[in-house]
Design a protein around this ligand. Structure first.
Ligand code: ME8
Length: 679
């Protein structure tokens, strides 16, 4: 049987859970549920990372012992899960004895195999990043990752001989054995591996940090927190001798390697790590090399997620600009929050978080599209069909539009159907394909095309009218609309599990959520009772004061013309706004990498009458300087200048960002000279 083992990062307990944590865990939860729909056995783990300097300092700040601190905060993280309808099989904490034992066994094995060495070492240490940097790594004398102060430290430490595994790691990524999604993140890791890989300092002297797992071969040291934390993924499924401890801790039968839950060997080949882009190196470089050194396979798959931003800054505990996900759940309910997190953010990319955005997603997708469909269809059943699923009359075919909805549903479920992609305004894929590629935002958008198609069917078949003149025709539409809703709800279950279950009941379906292979159009029993219920999704309006700082949303603009599909443009801007942009043709005179940045290129661009502009663009992973010098690009010249890596950027290069994360320059066609206005 095929399996899927989903993990989230285990979260630092140096602050309360925030939207970033809620997001990563929700994506993993939804992915695990989608894999269940694909008929796979799934195991999903999350937990807390409880050792290390950050946690020790957080406890000191509160003036309480670290154990008390971590016990309290672990409960805050664990307690958040049911409130977001997240259902992991296991919650693991790194201070549990079963995990400490795994870490000690792993360290001992590496030590016995001469893969750990003691060396004296000096470097700039950043407490915030919990690591050493070399002089040339520093930016303005500060930690390049966190921008915080660093201190010079000289000490003897233990090193894991990570450098030995550089080539096997490159091979694992290049061969696809380690699958890193989205693909641009794999390139990022390979880019990092172009430089020689150093050995990894995996100890901290107790004189400096006492809150950690003691090295089994030197009681003067504790283990570096990342070495400890990453091993949780193995502990959770019984690796490194954790089977018996797991069974004792979690209860017989609850953990892999006990009862019928499989073993470490059966789960490990199917692991998929969900993680934020900021912890890619630790997961895709340190972790697989640790596993290789321990004689285990590197992780099979990674899903690297982007950041939720607020005013273009990452929301995080240390920045203090954190939106409490619980407060939004209390206002709008967990299902709306889940929907927003999963549908709004393209997996892997950053997105801006706003309450207004959440309200909009609720109102358009859930209240208008899904809620209305259920409400209108079941209202017809109550009014005209005795609150029962109508019986399908013989010899009455569904309308062509309805037939296309039936085909679309089968196509989403993976069947060969005559459904033509061109019938759809957007390209739609079978659920299995986009789930496999971990593009869950696309999966959900595709499922919503079924909901939208069913709404179009109601608008075009007009059963509320035909029911008075041709009840059989209305019965055909209503039966199939109920069936379409049943299948859409089944497919949406991974994102909005409680609502999906409620919708299934609402259309008279009593067999619960089914795997895709068991979904057949026409299985909804005729005559089953359709219960009455309240509206599923209330519409919300944001109170003015909450949004006072933001510009008032522009009224939606509709463009109606016979023969053209009607479109609605939210937040439409007027021509005057557009005219404020000074876009010009530019000719790149110079292009070169920016020191200490693997993303930025510095260009000097001739923009005609505006002179020569220095433009910084985050394209180093997509374009070489040679591909730019001498070519023509489009530049936005009146964007307020910004300083990046100590250099001013005096314009913005226009790029297309493709779904698979590539950046493609927008090149002016024809021979318009440098400085020509683009309008
Ligand atoms: O890194 N948007 O824990 P952590 C999206 N303990 N994701 C965000 C975010 C945001 N604004 N802010 C944080 C650790 N995250 C380690 C992991 S695993 C063996 C050890 C995500 O609590 C971030 O990207 O600092 C990361 O994936 C996760 O929260 C954990 O953050």
């Amino acid at each position: 049987m095929s399996r899927f083992y989903a993990t989230t990062p285990i979260y630092y307990v140096n602050g309360k859970p925030h939207i970033g944590h809620a997001y990563c865990t929700t994506v993993a939860d939804a992915a695990a549920r989608f894999h269940r729909l694909l008929g796979e056995q799934t195991y999903f783990c999350t937990g807390t990372d409880e050792h290390g300097q950050k946690v020790q300092e957080a406890a000191e700040k509160r003036g309480i012992p670290p154990q008390q601190h971590v016990d309290e905060l672990a409960e805050a993280f664990r307690g958040l899960l049911p409130k977001l309808h997240i259902t992991p099989e296991q919650f693991i904490r790194t201070t549990e004895p079963r995990h400490k034992a795994v870490v000690a066994r792993a360290l001992q094995q590496l030590w016995d195999n001469d893969l750990i060495e003691k060396r004296s070492f000096a470097g700039w240490y950043s407490t915030a990043a919990e690591r050493f940097w070399t002089e040339k790594d520093l930016v303005d004398g500060k930690c390049p990752d966190t921008g915080q102060e660093v201190v010079w430290l000289e000490e003897a430490n233990y090193f894991f001989l990570m450098s030995r595994f550089q080539q096997p790691l490159i091979d694992a990524i290049e061969s696809g054995k380690m699958r890193i999604l989205p693909a641009n993140r794999a390139n990022e890791v390979l880019g990092f591996l172009r430089e020689p890989l150093l050995d990894l300092c995996i100890s901290r002297p107790k004189s400096r940090l006492s809150w950690g797992i003691e090295l089994p071969f030197d009681s003067e040291y504790v283990t570096y927190v990342w070495f400890d934390a990453l091993l949780n993924y193995v502990t959770a499924i019984g690796g490194f001798g954790a089977e018996a401890d797991n069974a004792a801790t979690l209860g017989e039968g609850a953990a892999p390697a006990s009862g019928d839950k499989g073993t470490f060997e059966t789960w490990w080949p199917h692991v998929c790590h969900f993680l934020g882009k900021d912890i890619l190196t630790t997961h895709a470089v340190y972790w697989p090399t640790m596993l290789m050194a321990l004689g285990l396979e590197p992780p099979r798959q990674y899903c690297v997620t982007g950041w939720w931003l607020m005013d273009n800054t990452k929301m995080s505990k240390s920045l203090g600009n954190v939106v409490d996900p619980l407060s939004l759940k209390d206002t709008y309910g967990p299902e709306v929050l889940r929907w927003f997190l999963l549908r709004e953010m393209a997996v892997g990319q950053d997105a801006n978080f706003s309450e207004a955005g959440l309200v909009k997603r609720n109102n358009t997708d859930l209240a208008n599209d899904l809620g209305n469909l259920v409400q209108r269809t079941t209202a017809l059943v109550h009014k005209h069909f005795d609150s029962q699923v109508p019986t399908l009359p013989e010899d009455r075919d569904p309308s062509p539009l309805l037939t296309s909805a039936i085909h679309l549903a089968s196509y989403l479920c993976g069947e060969d159907t005559p459904f033509e992609l061109t019938r759809s305004a957007q390209q739609v894929w079978p659920v299995e394909k986009t789930v496999d590629e971990l593009k869950l935002h696309v999966t959900l958008a595709d499922i919503m095309t079924l909901v939208q198609r069913l709404n179009q069917v109601l608008a075009s078949d007009q059963p509320f009218k035909t029911v008075k003149t041709d009840k059989d025709a209305a019965a055909v539409t209503v039966y199939h609309a109920l069936e379409g809703i049943r299948i859409a709800a089944n497919l949406l279950w991974p994102a909005i599990p409680h609502t999906a279950e409620a919708i299934l009941e609402r259309v008279g379906w009593t067999r619960g959520v089914l795997p895709l292979a068991d979904i057949n159009w026409g299985d909804l029993p005729e005559g089953s009772a359709v219960p009455k219920g309240a509206g599923l999704f209330p519409r919300y309006k944001l109170d003015a004061p909450k949004d006072a700082a933001k510009p008032a949303p522009k009224p939606a603009k509709k463009a109606k013309q016979k023969g053209l599909p009607e479109i609605t443009i939210d937040n439409a801007i007027g021509y005057d706004d557009f005219a404020k942009l000074d876009l010009r043709v530019g000719v790149v005179k110079v292009a070169e990498p920016v020191r200490k940045s693997d993303k930025l290129l510095r260009m000097e661009v001739d923009v005609g009458e505006l002179g020569l502009r220095q433009v910084l663009a985050g394209v180093a992973k997509h374009l070489t300087p040679e591909q730019l010098v001498g070519t023509r690009i489009q530049v936005l010249t009146n964007l307020a200048p910004r300083k990046l890596m100590g250099l001013w950027s005096q314009g913005m290069m226009m790029l297309a960002e493709t779904d698979d994360g590539r950046l493609v320059p927008m090149r002016p066609d024809g021979d318009a000279p440098a400085g020509s206005k683009i309008a």
